[in-house]
Write a protein that binds this ligand. Structure first.
Ligand code: NAD
Length: 451
């Protein structure tokens, strides 16, 4: 493991990765590589997670093509040295800032979008001029293999290297002195990453999870709300970090809303063909353990097909139910009734800060209340999930749902150090700040730096 990093350190010191033309070329190579491996990737994602072709293309492959195209288009601008203002008392000086690469970075991915969630940060790492070691999730073995083959064929390991293996391998990588660690995964493992990184003072980006709330007020367009929530919840069988985890619904429209949710599931997933599967036996069992059958109001017939799990709606849920004790990360939708939305907001203030928060209403006052009182990574009004597709919005969590952000220019920034420098004229020198000091100098200084 150490020898790979040593190779990459040596390569970085040649300064080749810093060049604009080099970075652009690597982004183009990455796009070619993905194009060449597209079919294999779609096949692997089907085998690992039963992702339909369109879902695999949209959320994993097309998603990163768009990001690569944006990086290629904007790279020159992002890399530019930019001038900033200089105060008058520094007369004769000019000030600048520029993003420089951090060096050798490590990218660790989760299983739910096993391709996109290592490639998307990699686009930032390449754009910013770094070398990278990629550690894809070991749970999605077919995708892991295609990623490995693709990088072995298209990139030299002294520049980009894929390392495969279980958590012990990840742990070994985390002992090395990288210049940045970009981790996407659970909050629990995020804490291990943070702890390990602290040993060498390595900066980290932690893209973590948690329970993302959805609040539906009584004035919401219930039919449309149900459609958008079901889409957001059932994409990838609920294994999406920003999926609506649970729903708070005004009790006066509860029964009507449940009927819309049921109809939507039947409309969007009339058969199990397009529904993703749970990644493995452990998570399949874990999810089944979260279901309290006495509260289930919707469930398709059980099927013995891979790790298929039916979409499930549970009502009359409380925070004492098992399903509310952890991030669900599956197709189970718990519904909690409320009488007073203000009380819901006060309660959510006491919970860990989520990655996403969704509010369905036309009430502007309530929008303001929710969005000023509650903290979260990314929110949406009358929408679920699609906010992630806007590359102009930084994406990341807060508190337990993570730290730092990426996507679009923020990916470039995530893998850069913002370096500054000041350039001073030698034609003259204002001696005001130099000793020896006297009353006259003091008077001028006090005037400039007055309270
Ligand atoms: P995970 O934390 O179990 O695993 C992620 C990576 O960590 C894997 O590559 C694994 O090798 C490594 N790992 C696991 N245990 C380790 C240990 N003890 N020491 C060192 N490394 C270890 O996450 P997962 O189950 O693959 O993914 C699901 C989680 O990821 C959910 O919580 C979800 O919300 C979160 N997630 C977050 C985002 C985001 O963008 N914020 C995106 C996708 C998933």
């Amino acid at each position: 493991m150490l020898d790979i990093l040593e190779k990459q350190k040596k390569y970085f010191l040649t300064d080749q990765t810093k060049d604009y033309a080099f970075r652009k070329k690597q982004l183009l190579i990455l796009k070619d590589a993905i194009s060449a491996y597209e079919d294999k990737m779609i096949d692997a994602l089907y085998k690992d997670l039963h992702k339909s072709e369109i879902e695999a293309y949209t959320t994993e492959i097309g998603f990163v093509y768009k990001s690569i195209n944006m990086a290629i288009k904007k790279l020159k601008k992002w890399m530019k040295v930019s001038k900033v203002k200089t105060p008058l008392f520094m007369f004769g000086s000019k000030s600048y800032k520029v993003y420089e690469p951090l060096g050798n970075v490590l990218i660790i991915g989760p299983y739910n979008y096993p391709f996109q969630l290592v490639i998307e940060p990699l686009i930032g790492a390449i754009s910013a001029g770094n070398t990278a070691v990629i550690k894809p999730s070991e749970y999605t073995v077919n995708t892991e293999k295609v990623i490995l083959d693709m990088f072995n064929e298209y990139f030299d390991e002294s520049y980009i290297k894929v390392v495969t293996g279980d958590k012990n391998v990840t742990s070994e990588l985390l002992d090395l002195k990288f210049d940045h660690i970009f981790f996407t995964g659970s909050t629990e493992v995020g804490k291990i990453v943070y702890q390990k990184a602290s040993k060498h003072l390595i900066p980290v980006t932690l893209e973590l999870g948690g329970k993302s709330p959805t609040i539906v007020l009584k004035d919401a367009d219930l039919k449309l709300t149900a459609r958008r929530i079901i889409f957001g919840k059932l994409l990838n069988a609920g294994q999406t970090c920003i999926a609506p985890d649970y729903i708070y619904i005004d009790e006066s429209v509860h029964d009507e809303f449940i009927e819309y949710l049921k109809k939507e599931i039947e409309t969007q997933y009339p058969t199990a063909n397009h529904l993703g599967h749970i990644v493995n036996e452990r998570h399949h069992q874990r999810l089944k353990g979260l279901v309290n059958q006495s509260k289930v109001v919707f469930e398709y017939e059980k099927k013995d097909e891979g790790y298929y799990l039916s979409p499930i709606i549970m009502t009359d849920v409380t925070w004492d139910d098992q399903v509310m004790k952890e991030e669900i990360f599956g197709p189970i939708l718990p519904i909690i009734k409320f009488k007073d939305a203000h009380k819901v907001i006060e309660l959510l203030k006491t919970k860990e800060k989520p990655l996403a928060l969704y509010l369905f209403t036309e009430d502007k006052k309530m929008m303001k209340e929710v969005f000023t009182k509650l903290s979260f990574g990314n929110g949406a009004i009358n929408e679920a999930l699609m906010q992630v597709a806007n590359p102009h919005l930084p994406f990341g969590g807060v508190g337990h749902s993570g730290m730092a952000r990426y996507h679009g220019v923020y990916s470039f920034i995530a893998f850069s150090h913002l370096k500054t420098f000041t350039k001073k004229t030698t034609f003259f020198d204002v001696k005001l700040a130099y000793p020896p000091y006297d009353k006259g100098k003091e008077k001028i200084i006090r005037k400039i730096l007055k309270p």
